[in-house]
Design a protein around this ligand. Sequence first.
Ligand code: FEO
Length: 404
Amino acid sequence: MRPVELSKNVYWVGAVDWLTRDFHGYSTERGTTYNAYLIIDEKVTLIDTVKSGYCHELMHRIRNIIDPKKIDYLIVNHVEMDHSGSLPQVVQEIQPEKIICSKMGQKALTQHFHQPDWPYHVVTPGEELRLGPNKTLSFVETRMLHWPDSMFSYLKEDQILFSSDAFGEHLASSERFDDEVNQDVLMHEATKYYANILTLYSPIVKKLIAQVEAMHLPLKMIAPDHGIIWRKNPKKIIDAYSRWCVNESNGKALVIYDSMWHSTEMMAKSIAGGLQDKGISYKLLNLQVNHHSEVMCDVLEAGAVILGCPTLNNGLLPRMAGFLMYMRGLRPTNKIGAAFGSYGWSGEAVKLMNTAMSEMNFRLIHPGLRVQYVPEHGQLQECVELGHIVGQALLDAKAGNKAV
Ligand code: FEO
């Protein structure tokens, strides 16, 4: 349980969680980390803590560098429990001179831990905090990225941005830096993280990136609260966020569906055939075998989302209903949309899916296809035609150099 040095007198002292597989509905097959950072100067400073249950790991790493009682400042960039669950234990042990947080951070900390007498020190955006002759911190307010309390801390001399939840990913590993891990895995997990946590806040991400660029902060490293530290190529993740926050389309189509007795599945495959005829790259994603958080990873950059579901009890199959609720919460935008599904006697599913997509401002380019019971050849040909229509819309969007 060694700490890892980022630069002189700056250390990663967090914890690696190899076990967690669910993060309130987000599947974390590769586990995660809770990153915390120790800065040594005249004032010894700990940035963030770890989830409850991992405090011993944090303290063990700190003790390899310094007696925890020598920590003067404790910075809380974000109050969510995966970073503050061990805070009462840490405060008890180190008795910090100051607990540094945003204004909303103080409010949230008080409402979480009910300790009004903790030595809070609220920082304002742009405020500088001298830790000694060699280290100076400043703070960037990042309200609603993704909680009201969220903020970044920037270490001036070392040019390190401690970015809280932003720019992170859920990835447990023995490695700590971007140049030490598989790039495909890293970017997949970073994409999934943005898709499932930050999509809703894309307009704020866009403003924040512009704000940080305008500040002209020299940046050697981005050190988030989850996953790896970007030291070789921090620009790679900033560029990715710049794409994601403006809903840039990759021109691909997704056929996301559930099926009862394979009729809707037959329709899905015929629609995929129509997309193929147009040379469109697509994925068929059956919700029975694809977790909604993985599906959202594909939705993030997709140009078209085609939803399929049969009607059950005048409504949707539960997996599609749950997926729609989840997707609607994250509010992806700038998509072409269409719906299809089989039914027995009432057939409301297509209308329900269309309504949900309209509420997300998807551009519906077809009233929707319904088939009673089992599709025959002509009806499957109509599904192929739907694939052609969506495919052509994607080609037109590409030719017009716009997302959808
Ligand atoms: Fe990683 Fe919003 O907590």
